[in-house]
Write a protein that binds this ligand. Structure first.
Ligand code: AKG
Ligand code: FE2
Length: 680
């Protein structure tokens, strides 16, 4: 958002209601006002100077006296519209009355279709906003920003109401989600405040500076830097507070406001060329908090992590799991925790999608999807960022993904030093199990390739770098890429199509691979077997899975969902034609989806590559090219197609006559050129 020129601001203000005047006796015209903008900057120069120096300032008797009384009257007369305040972002927003139990509502300065332009409330907020304008200009002037930089409001006030001991525990108003939110402006409207009434705003400017309590005096404007910790002490009065935030999308403005005290967010924006959003779906996992803690402790730059955990827990039986939460460690990163009832869980794919949907607007430069029972190598964050850098030099769309080695409580000591398995040990190659499972699904496996193969140039022209091995499949529990991948994986805009995938467990990795492959992604794993990145607890002992929800009557519903989701996946993979009896509509959706029309499986690979994949039909054609030969194969048996999804065919198979030679070539022969047959 750019600052509007003041004449346009005034025009807008003229349209939205009578212009208020800080001084009720003089009533200058808009033109006068425009001329006086500079004076107004001066008017607050002392306070703004204090704000610059100390990071906060107050202005007493800010509104004209009767304007303040009108505001209080208007706001307190619409008490019913106030709602319990929540914390967090998106659906990860939760009520936590222990943290905050004020009531709030948001008021748009600019009238919407539903609000009458002439309503008292609309006039009042316009008036307050108008009074704030010179303060905002003064802040901008003091910061001496470039002409393109500007702090602006988003045009929305938060009206907060605290009474009966309501409070808001220590927090910050800015987060890596809104690093551009820089300045908090609050007008207090508490009548007859005195010490016994409480409700002071306790401001902690820096951890070493102690705190300052600011009384919520009637008609007092408080300005402070949004990244300061602050809390509202329990209020035993009717405490109204009207808050507006100033935002900038520009780094220069962030620096101007925040230096030199700003640490976390500045490092996220400036020194950090990168930051990582970590998505963790947990199902009743006693290890979930240890995983998150370890993730934070082993990261080189834990403050650059934005971590979202979706717990799918039993409200009674799993209550004790949350006792393990260590806020001191968690708060080093920026963490968002949401808990849903385990009975509402519909599998890991759906849970990861839910997180992606709610958190898609986070500001991180990277996306890391992991399981809830993992441990990590020191500096895993730098290692992954570097590996992806290398991968992206080969293919702009890349992901690092592989099954990590295991750990259990024995080999993972309290010292939290882990050891890689002893040699022989090679890189992990992700591929499909050649045998379909009982449901006819393709299962993905990771096999150790020993000795570690040398990099090769594949027939489709992809050159493996020294540090990476090209994968056939993703591992859903360790996937590192860019934030765009959230949409490529989870088709975020299309809830209807995606609801067909509720209940999916086995099949998730094939489906996601299909999406990524057809959208032009390359999947990579580290070639160096000694390069530790992460460790996975493979044992399921002591851990529930959402399969337990398949029991009982509601379990049947879930079973049906699972069957449908598996049918969808098989359809997309070409493992079976769709079973129309489930729903005509679903078939249609998935046909579109498979054809890449509905943001599901993509078409990049089909169009542009020497590899040709046809994702829909029950028969498939694969054309592989090399300088000398073109091999075309038609395979019609579904079982073979299941196998074929996994194989690398050696280059010598210039003409693959029968399906058995395809199956038997499911071996990696690094010295020869090879071609990926995939998802056809
Ligand atoms: O009302 C106040 O003084 C501050 C409220 C607050 O911190 C917030 O809503 O973020
Ligand atoms: Fe706040």
């Amino acid at each position: 958002m750019e600052k509007l020129p003041s004449n346009i601001q005034l025009n807008i203000l003229r349209m939205i209601g009578p212009r208020p005047s800080p001084n009720p006796n003089s009533n200058p015209s808009p033109a006068d006002f425009a001329e006086k903008l500079a004076d107004k900057d001066d008017q607050y120069s002392r306070e703004i100077g204090l704000f610059q120096r100390f990071g906060f300032a107050t202005i007493q008797q800010f509104l004209a006296p009767e304007a303040a009384l009108t505001a209080l009257h208007v706001f307190s007369s619409n008490h019913d519209a106030l709602r319990p305040a929540r914390i967090g972002t998106g659906v990860l927003k939760t009520f936590d009355p222990n943290v905050r139990n004020d009531r709030i509502r948001f008021i748009d300065i600019f009238p919407t279709v539903t609000a009458s332009v002439n309503s008292e409330e609309q006039k009042t907020v316009a008036a307050v906003y108008h009074a704030l304008n010179p303060v905002i200009s003064a802040i901008n002037a003091a910061l001496n920003l470039d002409s393109n930089d500007c702090l602006v409001s988003n045009g929305i006030f938060q009206l907060g109401f605290y009474s009966n001991g309501a409070r808001y525990q220590k927090h910050r108003d800015s987060s890596p989600f809104m690093p551009g939110r820089l300045v908090t402006l609050i007008i207090y409207l508490t009548q007859d405040w005195n010490m016994t009434k409480g409700g002071q705003l306790r401001l902690y400017r820096q951890t070493t500076h102690g705190h300052i309590d600011i009384a919520p005096l009637f008609n007092r404007l408080l300005i402070f830097k949004s990244h300061y910790d602050h809390e509202v002490l329990p209020a035993f009065c009717d405490r109204f507070a009207l808050t507006m935030w100033l935002y900038s999308e520009s780094l220069k403005a962030v620096e101007a406001v925040c230096a030199p005290t700003f640490s976390t967010i500045r490092s996220q924006i400036k020194t950090a060329q990168w930051s990582i959003f970590v998505s963790i779906a947990s199902y009743r996992d006693p290890d979930a908090y240890s995983t998150v803690e370890h993730l934070i402790k082993t990261a080189k730059y834990p403050e650059r992590l934005i971590i979202a955990v979706l717990h799918q827990d039993d409200p009674v039986e799993d209550a004790q799991l949350h006792a393990k939460k260590n806020d001191a460690i968690l708060s080093i990163a920026c963490i968002f925790i949401n808990t849903i009832d385990r009975k509402d869980a519909t599998g890991p794919y759906a849970a990861r999608r839910k997180i992606a949907r709610e958190m898609k607007n986070n500001s991180a430069t990277h996306y890391f999807q992991i399981d809830s029972h993992m441990r990590f190598a020191n500096n895993w964050d730098c290692i992954l960022v570097e590996l992806l850098d290398v991968a992206e030099s080969v293919s702009k769309k890349s992901a690092i993904s592989f099954y990590p080695p295991g750990f259990d409580d024995k080999n993972f000591t309290q010292l939290e030093i882990f050891q890689l398995p002893p040699p022989p040990f090679g890189p992990v190659l992700m591929k499909a199990n050649p045998v379909l499972d009982v449901d006819g699904m393709v299962r993905v496996t990771g096999s150790l390739v020993f000795p570690p193969p040398n990099p090769e140039t594949h027939l489709d022209g992809v050159v493996e770098p020294q540090s990476l091995i090209r994968q056939r499949f993703i591992a859903a529990g360790l996937l590192f890429s860019r934030p765009e991948i959230m949409n490529d994986l989870y088709n975020l805009a299309d809830d209807d199509v995606e609801s067909n995938l509720d209940g999916l467990f086995f099949g998730e990795e094939c489906l996601c691979t299909a999406k990524l492959w057809t959208r032009g992604y390359e999947i990579w794993g580290p070639r160096d077997p000694n390069l530790g990145v992460a460790f996975h607890r493979w044992s399921r002992v002591g851990r529930s899975t959402f399969w337990e929800n398949f029991d009982g009557e509601s379990g049947n519903l879930l079973k049906n969902k699972r069957a449908r989701s598996q049918a969808c996946v098989k359809f997309v993979l070409g493992l079976q034609s769709f079973v129309p009896s489930t729903a005509e509509e679903t078939v249609g959706l998935f046909q579109n989806w498979a054809a890449g029309k509905s943001n599901g499986v993509g078409v990049e690979r089909i169009k542009n590559d020497s590899l040709v994949a046809f994702p829909v039909s029950s028969a498939f054609t694969q054309i592989s090219t090399s300088s000398t030969t073109v091999a075309t194969t038609k395979i019609t048996s579904t079982a073979t197609i299941g196998i074929a999804t996994t194989v690398y065919v050696t280059a010598t198979s210039s003409s693959i006559a029968d399906t058995s030679s395809v199956a038997s070539s499911d071996v990696w022969t690094p010295s020869s050129g090879s071609i990926l047959m995939f998802l056809v």
